[in-house]
Write a protein that binds this ligand. Structure first.
Ligand SMILES: Cc1cc2nc3c(=O)[nH]c(=O)nc-3n(C[C@H](O)[C@H](O)[C@H](O)COP(=O)(O)OP(=O)(O)OC[C@H]3O[C@@H](n4cnc5c(N)ncnc54)[C@H](O)[C@@H]3O)c2cc1C
Length: 486
């Protein structure tokens, strides 16, 4: 390593010692799935916004690329440096302070390295609720959630991370601090700059803090599982619930037979909610913050529970569902949610053990009315490339978001007659034909940058490039992510 570079970094006098030793870089230079590998010249762990500013000013003046990293749970390689460059990784793990909770405006201001589940724990103690929730909540950080505009299981009721953010503090590529922290619900003072940084995947600056919306902690949440025989019944059930309980549905997750097979293969001592693996199923979570719904009435029954029972019975009578169960206690709820939240982990293990060679991961969204048609067309297309592949799809049906993952048939070279790239391209074209998006919630990173160029509206794509070049003319911020070239 270049001695003068080491000296310059040491001269920044950061509180936490820079990590130069490559043997200590391993967990920072590989992504969660193990698909992307890079290298870094140094890993820095700033402890406050001022230190982030010092680092970015240095990087800009010396034309050194910078890769921001939170919990490194991203699924598109956005937090992994690209191989050809010797970047600085800025880990936000020490930016982990809760700056304040405002009970009257129902908001919390946190630094970007606070772990998502730590936000949950801290606000729940005060009877408040931060609804962003995803399988990686124990390790992903709020700066990463904002930078990917993460979705998760509660989007149906509360929106994506963007919808939960009132204000942010960002350090720009030249080191300037842009303080847009605020808990105002209304602020029409020109362009909404905070939203440029949300979903920017670290290509425009480093988010150092954010003010987030909080909600009353639900007094009661109930989880149920219902078997529907096909996707269109699952959608009928969703619409029925949305009409009957317009503000009550927190989550509506599609879990078809192939999902359950992978879960059963890879989760120890799994408890199935129904006797048999369902052909098609949905996990439904409803909640209420009102005592009227959540406390026993004069007959000793809990109204929200009764409502759910009556909705499921009605759906059964109308043949929308063929079976169903309501979790009786917290343990049953936790078991069901554990299966759903382990989906990414289960698939990872399935790939390691079945020798499928490759699994093509797709994170798509579609208008609800087109999901079944899309699925039929997609299956036809996949079969035209290779036989005996397996499609494991599941996802946030309430948001029209499917994780549509295709396991290869195990035959060399790639399990898809060497055509895996074409399978994905064709799949995205079908998504487009049905008015959907090829990237619903995980972002672009390195994985989908070629697809972005092909499928994004060209005027929008060029405008995005112009914004990038205006804010970061030397392209030091997370180069090689979102755009193949500028
Ligand atoms: C088991 C599992 C389940 C998941 N479930 C979901 C899900 O349901 N919904 C969903 O949307 N995602 C899901 N994900 C993906 C992932 O958890 C999210 O993308 C998450 O928001 C990433 O947060 P992170 O802190 O790990 O970010 P990282 O992976 O560290 O970074 C992600 C991107 O953000 C940038 N970045 C990180 N911090 C900052 C910052 N402070 N400033 C600027 N840029 C920054 C990085 O450079 C990178 O481009 C899941 C992942 C796993 C492993």
């Amino acid at each position: 390593m270049n001695k003068s570079f080491i000296k310059k970094i040491n001269d920044l006098s950061l509180k936490i010692k820079p990590i130069f030793d490559k043997s200590d870089h391993i967990k920072y230079v590989t992504d969660w799935r193990g698909n992307f590998h890079g290298q870094a010249s140094v890993i820095l762990k700033p402890i406050n916004t001022e230190e982030v500013s010092i680092i970015l000013k240095f990087a800009n003046e010396n034309n050194v690329s910078v890769v921001p990293q939170g919990g490194n749970t991203g699924l598109c390689g956005g937090a992994t440096p690209i191989d050809e460059m010797d970047s600085i990784i800025i880990s936000t793990e020490k930016l982990n302070k809760i700056r304040g909770i405002n009970r009257s405006s129902k908001s919390i201001t946190v630094e970007s390295g606070v772990i998502l589940s730590d936000i949950h724990t801290n606000v729940e103690k005060l009877d408040m609720f931060f609804p962003l929730n995803l399988g990686a909540k124990g390790s992903c950080m709020i700066g990463g959630n904002l930078s990917t505009n993460a979705g998760g299981v509660n989007v149906l009721k509360y929106g994506n991370t963007r919808d939960l953010c009132l204000g942010i503090e960002t350090v720009l590529p030249d080191g300037k601090i842009l303080d847009l922290l605020s808990d105002l619900k209304k602020d029409n003072t020109g362009y909404d700059l905070k939203n440029i940084f949300i979903g920017a995947e670290g290509t425009l600056g480093i988010i150092t803090a954010a003010t987030l919306k909080l909600f009353p902690l639900p007094k009661l949440s109930i989880t149920a599982f219902a078997e529907t025989n096909n996707i269109s019944n699952a959608i009928k059930l969703l619409n029925f619930f949305l009409n009957e309980l317009p503000n009550g549905i927190e989550a509506f997750e599609l879990m078809p037979k192939t999902f359950w097979e992978v879960a059963s293969n890879n989760i120890n001592n799994i408890n199935l909610p129904l006797k048999e693996i369902p052909k098609m199923g949905v996990l439904i979570e409803i909640s209420s913050s009102s005592s009227k719904d959540s406390e026993p009435n004069k007959n000793g029954f809990i109204p929200l529970y009764e409502k759910l029972e009556s909705l499921l019975s009605f759906a059964f009578e109308k043949s929308i569902i063929s079976d169903g169960t309501i979790c009786k206690n917290q343990l049953e709820r936790n078991q069901l949610w554990h299966i759903r939240e382990s989906a990414a982990e289960s698939e990872k293990k399935e790939l390691e053990t079945t020798g499928a060679i490759k699994c093509l991961k797709h994170d798509i969204s579609l208008p609800l009315e087109n999901i079944e048609k899309f699925h039929l067309e997609a299956q036809k297309m996949i079969k035209s490339f290779a036989h005996n592949t397996r499609t494991i799809f599941f996802g946030h049906l309430g948001d029209g978001n499917l994780h549509y993952n295709i396991f290869g048939n195990g035959l060399e070279p790639d399990g898809f007659n060497n055509k895996s790239l074409e399978v994905t391209d064709n799949l995205y074209q079908i998504v487009k034909n049905f008015d959907g998006s090829f990237s619903a919630e995980h972002g672009i990173g390195q994985l989908r940058k070629k697809s972005l160029k092909i499928h994004k509206n060209p005027v929008a794509y060029n405008l995005m490039k112009q914004i990038k070049l205006q804010l970061d003319p030397s392209n030091i911020m997370n180069p090689g992510k979102i755009f193949s070239n500028l």
